[in-house]
Design a protein around this ligand. Structure first.
Ligand SMILES: Cc1ncc(C[n+]2csc(CCOP(=O)(O)OP(=O)(O)O)c2C)c(N)n1
Ligand SMILES: [Mg+2]
Length: 654
């Protein structure tokens, strides 16, 4: 026995070995490790015996012991009571667990208390294994696109998220949301079930695949839209590959993909070892020093510097450091649209959203006339620069990226954003001129007047009433469409949060993302603004808000079409088939839901609906707001016309 202990074999292997020694050719039992191991021994075949089959979650040691005790298995000399004691010891020493429970432990360790899932035969055993971990909860979605967007929304509230789908038919659908997480810098772990490990490389075909022998295309696709994509092929390598992928997601703030064959989810692997997941990256000291000196000098030479907050500040942990730097410089501070709420709007240095003619009144004047723009974590694209009209020129730009700093045309590599901002704060001198300029020239935007209760609802009246709901505990989530600009125009009190998906810009993102966000942030008031066209893509996920009694407040803006597209380039393709949106809530409630659907066609109806919504608890409320097709923001017109020009640039000749 000591020999066996030294070899660190499991109890199951001991049993199999003794059976083989006795020439037992068939083993009846659960489909887990014992059969898998028996398979590898010469002369042993496996048969399942339904009546004897324990639940697959059973501990194999318990199962084997109970079978022995009930006399279903021959007891050999090796397995007499004294030997059983030793088997227990050997098993404990082996420190193994199922691959699925290994994964569940890792998710729990990194703070993922909920994972989103859609079931399929290739992931069922994995889902069972994950369910065994009572510290994490499984949350179901209607389809895999919604599943990955839900995880994306959860990652916005939690910092990291996970979702589980089935092979190919599931994962290919989830990839859209996963790519969105890449674009939006959110670490989402997509776990996909896969065919039996023996099917890879075998000369036969399996379902949910292309009908060819190629089973690697989901992994290949995943590699293009993640920072790490791994496919587990043996339980022994699972700990290494799972840890490698999770580490990459946390380090890069990008999604990862983990593929697990259906027969390996319950196979044994070594138990998780303690890991320090959240090591902060350290800049190269010489490069950091040089970058801080160069930027401090650049700011010193400037007369009118401004600071610009970018969307990458959050994922790279720079929000607090940015604020401290801003206060040390004392200049005007603007934010990019996706960074709204990353700098407090009540702060005396806040000058608004920088988005060219589509931004806050006065913000572009200050930024565009500044001689040094320090942009922290920006993402300058055609959209965020309003068709390249709001892009600080290179000679006045200091661009602080997640892992490098660019000053004019010089780049300092291996310099990490938060660390750089902290070091720079120590040496900068006050330069408050742009703030004083902004205060002198700022145009006060008049608050909209209250509309008569009985006149048809307008966009302005709708926004005026929604503005009244925003307090320090509100998260406002806005969908692609004019909802972007309606949301960007809202004033946020300190503590209020704002979520927008401007980089990936996938219509339909907001419904599942709001669901995912609400699963994590149950204590916040979550307000969603979504257009009719966008809603039609992912509407069914509202039923999951009902299922989990999430008190989300949805403003469904029914303007009978793709108004944002109307303003960029109109045609018949921008008309949307009307739905009874408010009526959908009844459909989703079915026999047990507590969702409420309300309609508002006038300001008075909207006020009454909001009052009802505030009094309701136990489920979401959707208020369908009917407005005119062309009733859009000034900002959408400004932005749309410039983006249209950028889109229409003629092909350049070489
Ligand atoms: C997946 C996807 N398909 C198409 C588009 C193009 N698109 C951008 S906005 C939009 C229409 C949005 O309409 P709606 O939600 O009704 O908002 P509105 O502008 O009317 O407020 C479309 C089709 C997109 N962004 N994403
Ligand atoms: Mg619309």
């Amino acid at each position: 026995m000591s020999d066996i202990k030294n070899n660190r074999q499991t109890a199951a292997q001991l049993l199999i070995r003794s059976l083989v020694q006795q020439n037992v050719k068939q083993i009846f039992g659960p489909s887990g490790s014992m059969q898998n191991r028996a398979h590898r021994l010469p002369g042993v075949s496996i048969a399942r015996h339904r009546s004897q089959e324990p639940p697959h979650t059973i501990n194999h040691m318990d199962w084997a012991t109970s079978m022995l005790a009930r006399g279903k298995m021959p007891i050999t000399r090796e397995l007499e009571p004294k030997s059983m004691e030793e088997i227990r010891t050997a098993s404990a020493e082996n420190e193994t667990c199922s691959l699925g429970s290994y994964l569940a432990s890792r998710l729990e360790e990194i703070g993922i208390k909920h994972h989103f899932a859609v079931a399929g035969d290739y992931n069922l055993v994995l889902l069972d294994q994950l369910l065994l971990n009572k510290n994490t909860q499984q949350v179901y979605c209607c389809n895999e696109l919604n599943c990955s967007f839900s995880a994306e929304g959860y990652a916005r509230a939690n910092g990291v998220a996970a979702c589980v789908v089935t092979f190919s038919v599931g994962s290919l659908t989830a990839f859209d949301g996963l790519a969105g997480a890449y674009a939006e810098e959110l670490p989402v772990i997509l776990i996909s079930g896969a065919p039996n490990s023996n099917d890879f490389g075998a000369n036969h075909l399996v379902h949910h695949a292309l009908g060819t022998l190629d089973l690697r295309y989901p992994l290949d696709f995943a590699k293009r839209i993640t920072c790490e994509a791994v496919a587990i092929t043996h339980p022994e390598e699972a700990p290494h590959l799972i840890d490698k992928a999770i580490r990459a997601a946390l380090r890069e703030k990008k999604p990862v993909y983990i593929e697990i064959p259906c027969n390996l989810a319950s196979a044994q692997c070594s138990k998780p070892k303690p890991i320090d997941w959240f090591e902060t990256p350290k800049s190269d000291p010489a490069s950091l020093y040089a970058a801080v000196r160069a930027v401090a000098q650049f700011l010193e030479n400037a007369v009118r510097p401004v600071l610009l907050a970018g969307p990458k500040l959050r994922s790279h942990g720079g929000i607090d450091a940015f604020r401290l730097l801003a206060e040390a410089v004392g200049c005007g501070v603007a934010v990019m649209p996706s960074a709204k709420s990353f700098f407090p709007e009540q702060h005396r240095q806040y000058i608004g959203i920088y988005l060219g003619a589509a931004g806050s009144a006065g913000a572009a004047d200050v930024v565009d006339s500044s001689d040094a723009v320090l942009a922290a974590g920006p993402l300058f694209t055609d959209y965020t620069t309003t068709g390249w009209t709001a892009l600080p020129s290179e000679n006045r730009l200091i661009q602080v990226d997640p892992d490098r700093v660019r000053v004019g045309s010089t780049t300092f590599n291996d310099v990490y954003l938060a660390e750089f901002l902290r070091e720079l704060t120590k040496v900068v001198k006050p330069k408050p001129k742009t703030l004083a300029e902004f205060e002198r020239t700022k145009v006060l935007v008049a608050s909209p007047s209250v509309a008569d209760a009985g006149v048809p609802l307008t966009r302005e009246e709708m926004c005026r009433q929604i503005q009244g709901l925003i307090d320090s505990n509100t998260t406002l989530i806005v969908e692609t469409g004019d909802s972007w600009f309606n949301g960007l125009n809202m004033n946020l009190t300190d503590g209020a949060k704002f979520e927008i998906e401007m980089q990936w810009g996938h219509i339909g993102w907001s419904v599942p993302a709001t669901f995912g966000y609400a699963v994590k942030a149950r204590d916040r008031r979550i307000v969603l603004m979504v257009g009719d066209g966008s809603f039609q893509l992912t509407a069914q996920e509202v039923c999951q808000m009902i299922r989990l009694n999430l008190p989300v407040l949805i403003f469904l803006v029914n303007n009978r079409g793709y108004t944002i597209e109307v303003e960029i380039h109109d045609g018949p393709y921008n008309n949307v088939k009307n739905w009874d949106y408010a009526g959908l809530m009844k459909v989703f409630n079915a026999e047990d839901g507590l969702g409420v659907g309300l309609r508002a066609t006038t300001g008075g109806e909207l006020a009454a609906a909001i009052e009802k919504a505030m009094a309701h608890s136990g489920g979401p409320v959707m208020i369908e707001c009917s407005i005119e097709r062309d009733d859009c923001t000034r900002q959408l017109l400004e932005w749309g016309s410039r983006v249209a020009i950028a889109n229409a640039r003629p092909q350049q000749r070489a």
